[in-house]
Design a protein around this ligand. Structure first.
Ligand code: BG6
Length: 484
């Protein structure tokens, strides 16, 4: 199978924060991979913009080193790397002052797509938007790219949206949630809306419950200062897990088009019910003999911030009423494993001997690692000796199913940046979605703060606090294993 790469239009992409961590780890290596894939026209340019005083050659060297440190297989492609670096430029700008803006203005070309990636702290978004506007660098066709944290509560998100709206209309604002750029997440839509099999079963008549687990093995060391002010709820649930819930639960949009998709996602967020305290378990990892505790990593001995959360949510609409959505995410868990599982109901009656509840159909969508989808079905165990039933997965591991093409699966950022250039907002969050997500999150966090809720401790390498198991056990269900 040969994948089709359709080149995008010629662009000038300015990365504010072009020397920063995100640019070096994700954006620039991702652009290089798109360059190798032939998707980046030869006359396109990537312009790093930051405070440091350096020239084009220094910047190219910085990017060369970043690609060698963070790139994958592509870093050995030196011929392409030299050509790619030739398309890079650098401008020194002062985000909150006047310095450098006329240089940037001089550099920009008319008649090409202009995109501006705000890879800087959100507190600078307003200053950048204003200067781009005042210096006439951005016009009404230009695009800006922003990323979380998009506020830390509803008021903050509204203020941010208003700030951006002063100079850009909604159709120009690309709010990244990198989970939407993950290949399997998009496959979730393909599976739901591209097959006749699932949609008739996709409701409270046939689905018993949904589980979403995003487990990581890393701790928060190195980014404790940011994380301690966020916690798992703000860092993962309000955005990434919420987006996964939306894609699982939304009604089929009229067409696969940005606002049609986002309208349906918004309805899901608005239908999420408030979550009572006894449906939430918060956790914090302990120290081991060799590794620090969460509080040590966060450098806050009295921190009440959660590095783990499990919760039981419900969606109040006709399709999903009564179906629990169990969400769980945490750091320092047993394995790096992210999965969505749609657990179907038991057969009403079995003609075979044995317990019907032992055999269930489960559709599992593995986000990482080992991306793929499998459907657990019940079959007869081979051999003589009666009708013994066994559950087996109908496994569609993408790497195997797609053969060599699977290696070419683009990273989330590559895909999303190319969508910005194409002007396709389908996989980006709209301002009202972000606000609705905070409107659901705020009361939950406020309630913890009011009663000084203390997270339960859990052992690193485990599946989180014991109470998170109880969340399902008391309803006769259990979490799926967390395994790599
Ligand atoms: C980020 C969070 O948005 O997503 C991190 O801030 C988290 O805390 C990361 O580790 C997880 O992303 P991925 O793609 O590795 O699952």
């Amino acid at each position: 199978m040969v994948s089709r790469v359709i080149p995008v239009d010629t662009f000038d992409l300015v990365i504010f924060g072009g020397t920063g961590d995100l640019a070096r780890r994700k954006i620039l290596p991702g652009l290089f991979r798109r360059f190798i894939a032939g998707q980046m026209p030869g006359d396109s340019r990537v312009i790093g913009a930051a405070r440091s005083d350096m020239g084009d050659d220094d910047y190219r060297q910085l990017v060369r080193e970043a690609i060698s440190e963070f790139g994958g297989q592509e870093k050995s492609d030196t011929a392409n790397l030299d050509a790619f670096l030739g398309q890079l430029h650098y401008v020194q700008v002062d985000a909150t002052g006047d310095g450098g803006w006329s240089d940037l203005s001089d550099l920009m070309r008319p008649d090409v797509v202009r995109a501006f990636y705000f890879s800087v702290a959100p507190s600078l978004f307003g200053a950048l938007a204003e200067r781009l506007h005042n210096h006439g660098i951005a016009d009404r066709h230009s695009r800006i790219v922003v990323e979380k944290p998009l506020g830390r509560d509803l008021d903050g998100a509204r203020a941010l949206n208003q700030t951006l709206a002063e100079h850009f209309h909604e159709g120009q604002i690309y709010r990244i949630d990198h989970y939407l750029g993950k290949e399997t997440v998009q496959n979730l839509m393909a599976v739901r809306f591209g097959n006749v099999l699932f949609e008739p079963l996709w409701n409270n008549h046939y689905v018993d419950h949904i589980q979403i687990t995003v487990a990581e093995t890393v701790g928060v060391g190195g980014r404790g200062a940011y994380y301690d002010k966020s916690g798992a709820m703000r860092d993962m649930v309000q955005n990434h897990l919420m987006q996964l819930v939306c894609l699982i639960a939304m009604e089929p949009p009229g067409q696969f088009e940005a606002d049609a998709v986002r309208d349906e996602k918004l309805k899901v967020i608005r239908a999420l019910q408030s979550v009572p305290a006894h449906h939430i378990v918060r956790g914090q990892y302990e120290a081991t003999e060799t590794e620090p505790s969460y509080r040590e990593d966060a450098d806050n001995p009295r921190s009440f911030t959660e590095s783990f959360i499990a919760m039981r949510c419900e969606i109040a609409n006709w399709r999903w009423a009564g179906v629990p959505f169990y969400l769980r995410t945490g750091k320092k868990m047993r394995a790096r494993s992210s999965e969505i599982a749609v657990v179907f109901k038991d057969l009403g009656h079995s003609i075979f001997e044995g317990d019907v509840a032992r055999h269930r159909n489960i559709l599992s969508i593995r986000l990482q690692p080992n991306e793929g989808i499998d459907l657990q079905v019940t079959i007869k165990e081979p051999g003589p000796g009666g009708m013994r039933l066994v559950d087996v997965p109908l496994d569609l591991t993408f790497a195997e199913a797609l053969g060599e093409d699977a290696e070419e699966v683009p990273d989330a950022y590559e895909r999303l940046i190319m969508d910005v250039i194409r002007g396709n907002q389908t996989l980006f969050m709209r301002g009202d979605e972000v606000e609705a997500a905070w409107a659901w999150t705020d009361p939950i966090i406020n309630a913890w703060e009011e009663r000084s809720d203390v997270p339960k401790l859990y052992e690193p390498g485990s599946t989180g606090p014991e109470d998170s198991q109880m969340l399902l056990h008391r309803e006769g269900r259990r979490w799926r294993d967390i395994k790599a």
